[in-house]
Design a protein around this ligand. Structure first.
Ligand code: ME8
Length: 506
C-alpha cells in the first residue's frame, strides 16, 4: 500500500483553539480522507507545542506550572478535533518522553558533525514570537512580525551553522519547484535564502521550561528546534520502523507566518543530520473576522465550536474551503457562511439530492436498472461529469481545495440542468425506457458528487450515501471504483431523507 504522511503545526498551548488552528487541521483532515479513499495508508500527525518562554509566562500569569497549563489545553484541542471529526493517527506533545529523546538525539547528532557549536549571542528578542531580530530587521524599533516591543538579550548560546546551508538550500529549492506551495511562498523563501543566512541560536539560558541540552542542562533547546522535530518524533525517531515507511513527509501544512521555520530552518537541520527534507510545505493564508484582524484585545476571536453549534460541523468545514482559495487570505463573516449554506448546500446540492431521491422512489419504486445501451444521447453529459472528476482529482492532489469544490458544483449544475431538460416527470408518462436511463444517470451523478464532497463533509455525505442505497460505509469507499458511472445490483433508495442541509438564518 502506498504511504502518505501529512502534518499540521503543533499548536502553542498558551491560547485556546481558534479558527486558524481549525483551518490547518481541517485541511489536513480533508487531504488525509481523500488520500485514504485513493488507497493510501495515511499517517496524519497533529499535536501541541508546550515549551518556551511564552508558555512559561502564560502559566506563571495563571499561577500554575506550564505542564498543568498544557494538560488543560490538550483537553481543549483534542475535544475540538473530536467535534470536527478529525482523523489524526497520533497526537504528539513536546513534553512526551519520546519527543525529548528525539530532540536530544538530533541535537547531539548535529553537534557531533560540528554544525551546532557553543558561542555567545546578543540581539533584540521578541518573547511572543520567540525570535531574535537584528537592528536592521526592526520596524520602528519594534518586532517586524508582530509589532510589539522587544527586549535586549545577551546569553551564552549554542548555534546552528545555518550559514553553511544557503547553497544546499538554494539547490534543493531549484530542484524541487513544488517543495514550497503556493508559488508566491516559494519565491519568498528563495529570496530570503539568497539574502544570506546567519547562524541560528538554538539554545536559551534565560528560562528553564524546555528540553535540556544534552550534557549542558543550563541550556534548554530553542523552542523552534524542539518543535520542528515533532514531525520525526511522531514517527518514533530515531529507531522506529515507521520512519522508513513514512519519511520523507509528503506535506507539512502550515500558516504563512511560520514559513521560514519550515522551509528554511527545518530542511537545513535535516540536511545537517543527513536526513532527507520533507517533500512539500504548503503555507495557507490568514483569516480576518468581519473584515478585521482577529485578536484577543478586539474580542473577535472565532471559536470553532460555537460556529459548529450554530451552523453545523460539516457546514463549517465546507465553508473554510469553499469560501477562500487555500493559500490566500480570507474573511470569516456571518453573512458569508449563511450565504454559502443557503446557496450551495440548501438550494443547490441539498435540493439536488432530495429531488433525485424522490424521483427514483416515485417513478421506479427505488429500483434502478442498468440501461441496455448507454451509448449515444447521454455521452456528452457523462463525459462532462467524468472530465470534472479528473479535474477534481488533480486539484485535490495540488491542495487546490477551492477549485476542487468548484468542480463539484459544476457537476451539480450539470445534473440540475440535465434533470430540467430531460424532465423525468414527463418521461414517467411517456417513455419508461428512457426514464430508466435518465434516472440511472442522475443517480450516478449524484453519487459521484457525494463521494467528491466526502473529504469535506464526512457526516452529511455518510447520510446521503445511505439515502442513495449504498450499504458500504462511505469512509471505506474506493475512489477508483466510485468515480465512474456504474450499475449497482442491490439498489434500494431510502424512501425519504430528512432535509440534510436546512436553510439557516443569520
Ligand atoms: O506557530 N488565520 O503555533 P500557533 C489562519 N507552535 N491561520 C492562523 C490564524 C488566522 N487568523 N492565526 C493563527 C505555532 N493561525 C507553532 C508551530 S510547528 C513545528 C510549531 C495559524 O499556535 C498559524 O498560521 O501560534 C499557524 O500555522 C497555526 O495557526 C499555529 O499557530
Amino acid at each position: 500500500m502506498p504511504k502518505y504522511y501529512i502534518t499540521t503545526p503543533i499548536y502553542y498551548i498558551n491560547d485556546v483553539p481558534h479558527i486558524g488552528h481549525a483551518y490547518t487541521t481541517c485541511a489536513a483532515d480533508v487531504m488525509a480522507r481523500f488520500k485514504r479513499m485513493c488507497g493510501f495508508d495515511v499517517f496524519f500527525l497533529t499535536g501541541v507545542d508546550e515549551h518556551g518562554q511564552k508558555a512559561e509566562k502564560a502559566a506563571t500569569e495563571q499561577g500554575i506550572h506550564p505542564k498543568e497549563l498544557a494538560d488543560n489545553m490538550v483537553g481543549k484541542f483534542t475535544e475540538l478535533w473530536k467535534l470536527l471529526n478529525i482523523t489524526n493517527t497520533d497526537f504528539i506533545r513536546t513534553t512526551d518522553e519520546r519527543h525529548r529523546k528525539a530532540v536530544q538525539y538530533l541535537f547531539n547528532k548535529i553537534e557531533g558533525t560540528g554544525d551546532i557549536y557553543l558561542g555567545e549571542y546578543e540581539d533584540w528578542y521578541c518573547i511572543p514570537c520567540e525570535s531574535y531580530f537584528t537592528d536592521l530587521q526592526l520596524v520602528d524599533g519594534k518586532c517586524p512580525d508582530c509589532g510589539r516591543s522587544l527586549e535586549r538579550l545577551k546569553e551564552e548560546s549554542y548555534f546552528f551553522r545555518l550559514s553553511k546551508f544557503g547553497e544546499p538550500l538554494l539547490k534543493y529549492l531549484e530542484e524541487h519547484k513544488d517543495f514550497v506551495l503556493p508559488e508566491v511562498r516559494l519565491n519568498e523563501v528563495t529570496s530570503f535564502v539568497r539574502g544570506g543566512l546567519r547562524d541560528l541560536s538554538v539554545s536559551r539560558t534565560s528560562f528553564t521550561w524546555g528540553i535540556p541540552v544534552p550534557d549542558n542542562p543550563r541550556h534548554v533547546v530553542y523552542v523552534w528546534f524542539d518543535a520542528l522535530i515533532n514531525y520525526l518524533s511522531g514517527l518514533g525517531f530515531p529507531t522506529d520502523e515507521r520512519l522508513r515507511e513514512y519519511w520523507p513527509c509528503d506535506a507539512h501544512l502550515i500558516g504563512k507566518d511560520i514559513l521560514r521555520f519550515h522551509a528554511v530552518y527545518w530542511p537545513a537541520f535535516l540536511m545537517a543530520a543527513d536526513i532527507e527534507p520533507p517533500k512539500r510545505v504548503f503555507a495557507h493564508g490568514w483569516w480576518t473576522v468581519e473584515g478585521q484582524k482577529m485578536s484577543k484585545s478586539l474580542g473577535n476571536v472565532v471559536a470553532p465550536a460555537e460556529v459548529c453549534d450554530k451552523y453545523g460541523v460539516d457546514q463549517f468545514r465546507f465553508f473554510l474551503f469553499r469560501e477562500v482559495p487555500f493559500g490566500l487570505d480570507g474573511d470569516f463573516s456571518k453573512d458569508a457562511i449563511v450565504h454559502r449554506i443557503n446557496g450551495d448546500l440548501a438550494n443547490d446540492f441539498g435540493n439536488l439530492i432530495s429531488r433525485s431521491v424522490t424521483m427514483i422512489n416515485r417513478f421506479l419504486k427505488g429500483r434502478l436498472e442498468k440501461p441496455e445501451n448507454l451509448a449515444g444521447t447521454d455521452d456528452a453529459f457523462r463525459n462532462s461529469v467524468e472530465g470534472l472528476v479528473d479535474e477534481y482529482e488533480k486539484d485535490m492532489n495540488d491542495f487546490a481545495f477551492y477549485k476542487a469544490l468548484q468542480d463539484v458544483f459544476e457537476i451539480t449544475g450539470l445534473l440540475n440542468r440535465y434533470i430540467d431538460s430531460e424532465a423525468p416527470w414527463k418521461l414517467a408518462k411517456e417513455d419508461e425506457k428512457r426514464l430508466k436511463t435518465v434516472l440511472f444517470n442522475i443517480w450516478n451523478g449524484v453519487r459521484i458528487a457525494t463521494i467528491l464532497l466526502y473529504p469535506f463533509m464526512p457526516e452529511k455525505t455518510a447520510i446521503i450515501w445511505n439515502a442513495l442505497g449504498k450499504r458500504d460505509a462511505i469512509e471505506s469507499t474506493i475512489f477508483q471504483n466510485e468515480k465512474i458511472f456504474y450499475h449497482s445490483e442491490e439498489l434500494a433508495v431510502i424512501e425519504k431523507t430528512p432535509p440534510i442541509f436546512p436553510r439557516v438564518e443569520g
